[in-house]
Design a protein around this ligand. Structure first.
Ligand SMILES: [Zn+2]
Length: 138
């Protein structure tokens, strides 16, 4: 079970990681948008006369940065990336880096070269769900 402070930190991480993924998908748009949970994507491959072909999707796992959660007197929680946080005289909770992972899938067809990437990622608890074999962004 996550503490409320961890949930607050996880929401900030999801928001930031999703925004970074959106930017990547605008700058380098994939040919296919794939869910972040599947390992194989089939498509009608141009290089094989439209025959359905499988491409392997590798997991891309981005760890969360260190996050500070402030607790106001009324109990309201607000999360900041540690790098953007200004210390204040207020109760805080620090969520260590790598506490969460942002998981997407990416792949490229070895026949036609078309790319697949997730449009949405999912945030996972790194203690319960460490990276699979894939690429970990550090
Ligand atoms: Zn192909």
């Amino acid at each position: 079970m996550l503490e409320p402070e961890e949930k607050c930190a996880g929401r900030l991480f999801r928001e930031r990681a999703s925004k970074a993924l959106d930017e990547t998908n605008v700058q380098d748009p994939p040919d296919f948008a794939v869910p972040p949970v599947i390992g194989i994507y089939r498509h009608a491959c141009n290089a094989k006369d439209g025959v359905s072909s499988a491409m392997e999707l590798k997991e891309v796992w981005t760890p969360s940065p260190r996050i500070v959660v402030e607790r106001a007197d009324d109990g309201t929680l607000t999360a900041f990336l540690y790098a953007e946080w200004t210390p204040k005289d207020i109760d805080t909770w620090t969520v260590p880096d790598g506490r969460f992972g942002f998981v997407i899938r990416e792949g490229r067809c070895r026949f036609c070269g078309k790319k697949a990437r997730s449009r949405f990622g999912r945030v996972v608890d790194a203690y319960d769900r460490p990276p699979l074999d894939g690429r970990v962004i550090t």
